[in-house]
Write a protein that binds this ligand. Structure first.
Ligand code: PEP
Ligand code: MG
Length: 565
């Protein structure tokens, strides 16, 4: 779930539809857009006619019949007329109008009793793909990232069965007002990207996608985690009021930007930001973050055909380092695997969350890892950089990671390229084994950062992306709290920094609990930073520590009301 309220019109999106651009055309361009679609339909018709006339005499008869079916579908008004109507009435661009119609037809055909008719759904999809292909040759070259919504149009709210983290990145530039998905968990990377966009999102809705139609009015209540479809005018008025109260509250919070985060009893707290893409570094600086506590570098690698080379990565890291102007930037090495996959790389693991993910993936691909490490080292000349290794579980991985860093340094030395020599190296505590047997890991690294999202997933045996077990995903489970406490205490004993950079760090309901566990370093989405700071300013750290210790010692379920002021 991502906080806030949005009121707008539904855009139902299927996986295929994500590949095309979506934008509203200005009223004066509607005729030209209709003509663009009609021209593409004509091109598809000509192609089919050409293929039919070129068919050699000895091909199986089915092939000719198949081309005929496609020509008939193309001529039918459901394809040749209705998408054009959608452009006229809703001002969608041609690709969007066509895929919206394709989706509606696909659903109708899938529900038919007759198997022959159900099969025709596939033919329709293929015909639509042919027209989309023809459209790609025309002059609309806009992508999600570049697409803009016309100023006066209603905000658009994306409703989808599921959105992968990579697709979420594509949607980021489209200026959507909110997201709602049937699948996903509260700490899935889809939800995390939505949160970083600062727009409300509700996941794990079950069947929202099939209950809603394009153009429905919907309220997304990210505070309660619900959607209200075609609400009554009174309900709309109430939510408009809540929306403006929320905006006022946000404006009020902005005054805390330059206030240091110190508890009532004088404990200084460091508040850093999590980012997924270099562009977000500015939002972190604007929120007054003390640095970047987690740069999820894998998002630079996702949703694209080729991997970024050393120079491209260097530019991206250097941009973040420069934007932060001397504050620490913690770059996490590639955490590919589980729900974050590279384009075109199918996973063969039966359970990818337990498979070759993160440091395991990198150590199995030394060249890829070396390229990233060189890029990170090079960026260190522009400010203060730290390296963070994800999903460490074994000491031999620690040794291999250090060896890879040393080798990257030697490569740069040989090339005569400069880098800072005092870069700190840390590791994520997200595999329970590390949180339990923490001492050697504390000793091996300069700092540790607790990834509560995965720590909870692996401790409680709950897939963080599976909506069926979302309710069992419990940060307050005594075992989870003990692992966090153990990690923080070991850090304090060794005089080393231990932070939390999982979603728990940005949840204001848990701020007092984390302070009570002795946490002094938090990292979260820039949009959450000032809310958490407000909680810290009103908290008494020592009093909370005593209360939390009592509960932990009893191994009781944590009751947050005990920590109330
Ligand atoms: C975590 O696991 O808590 C974490 C911060 O990393 P990610 O969410 O990217 O897995
Ligand atoms: Mg993690």
């Amino acid at each position: 779930m991502s906080r806030g309220y949005a009121i707008g019109r539904v855009v139902v999106i299927g996986a295929a539809a994500l590949e095309v651009s979506h934008y509203r055309v200005a009223p004066e361009d509607v005729d030209a857009e209709c003509a663009r679609l009609q021209a593409a339909i004509a091109t598809a018709r000509d192609e089919l006619a050409q293929m039919a006339s070129d068919l050699p005499a000895d091909v199986p008869r089915e092939l000719g019949a198949f081309l005929q079916v496609h020509s008939m579908i193309l001529a039918d008004s459901m394809i040749s007329v209705e998408p054009v109507e959608i452009i006229r009435t809703r001002h969608y661009n041609a690709e969007w109008a066509l895929t919206a119609q394709g989706q509606a037809l696909g659903e109708q055909f899938a529900m038919m009793d007759d198997e022959y008719m159900r099969e025709r759904g596939n033919d329709i999809r293929q015909v639509i793909e042919r027209i989309l292909h023809a459209l790609a040759g025309t002059d609309s070259k806009r992508t999600w990232r570049e697409s803009t919504l016309t100023e006066h149009s209603d905000p658009l709210i994306v409703v989808a069965h599921d959105i992968s983290p990579a697709d979420m990145l594509k949607l980021r530039g489209g200026r959507f007002a909110a997201f709602a998905t049937d699948l996903g968990g509260g700490t899935s990377h889809t939800a995390i990207v939505a949160r970083s966009m600062g727009v409300p999102a509700v996941v794990a809705l079950g069947s929202a996608r099939s209950l809603m139609r394009d153009g429905d009015t919907v309220i997304v209540d990210g505070e309660a985690g619900v959607l209200l479809v075609n609400p009554a005018p009174r309900v709309l008025d109430e939510y408009r009021r809540r929306q403006s109260d929320y905006a006022l509250e946000r404006a009020d919070l902005a005054t805390l930007k330059d206030v240091p985060a110190i508890t009532l009893d004088g404990v200084e707290i460091t508040l850093c930001a999590n980012i997924e893409l270099p562009e977000e570094a500015q939002a972190a600086a604007d929120a007054g973050a003390d640095g970047i506590g987690l740069f999820r570098s894998e998002f630079l690698f996702m949703g694209r055909d080729t991997l970024p080379d050393e120079d491209e990565q260097y530019e991206a890291y250097a941009m973040v380092v420069r934007t932060l102007g001397g504050k620490t930037v913690t770059i996490r090495t590639l955490d590919i695997g589980a729900d974050k996959t590279l384009d075109g790389e199918a996973t063969v693991a039966t359970n990818p969350a337990l498979g070759q993910r993160a440091i395991r993936y990198c150590l199995a691909r030394p060249e890829l890892f070396a390229t990233q490490l060189r890029a990170i080292l090079r960026a260190s000349v522009h400010g203060k950089v730290q390296i963070l290794i994800p999903m460490i579980a074994h000491l031999r991985e620690v040794r291999a990671a250090y060896a890879a860093i040393a080798s990257a340094r030697r490569d740069l030395d040989a090339r005569g390229v400069a880098y800072a020599t005092d870069i700190e190296v840390g590791a994520m505590v997200e595999v329970p084994a590390v949180a339990i047997a923490i001492e050697p890991f504390i000793e091996a690294f300069d700092f540790l950062s607790i990834g509560t999202n995965d720590l909870i997933q692996y401790t409680l045996a709950i897939d963080r992306t599976d909506p069926d077990v979302d309710a069992l995903y419990d940060p307050l489970h005594p075992a989870v709290l003990r692992l966090i406490a153990n990690s923080i205490n070991a850090g304090a004993r060794a005089g080393k920094r231990v932070s939390v950079c999982g979603e728990m760090a940005g949840d204001t309901e848990l701020t007092r609990l984390l302070l009570g566990l002795g946490l002094t370093h938090f990292s979260m989405h820039p949009t959450q930073l000032l809310d958490v700071k407000r909680e810290i300013l009103a908290a008494h750290s020592n009093a909370l520590r005593a209360k939390v210790a009592t509960v932990l010692n009893r191994a009781a379920e944590m009751d947050l009301t005990l920590l109330n002021r």
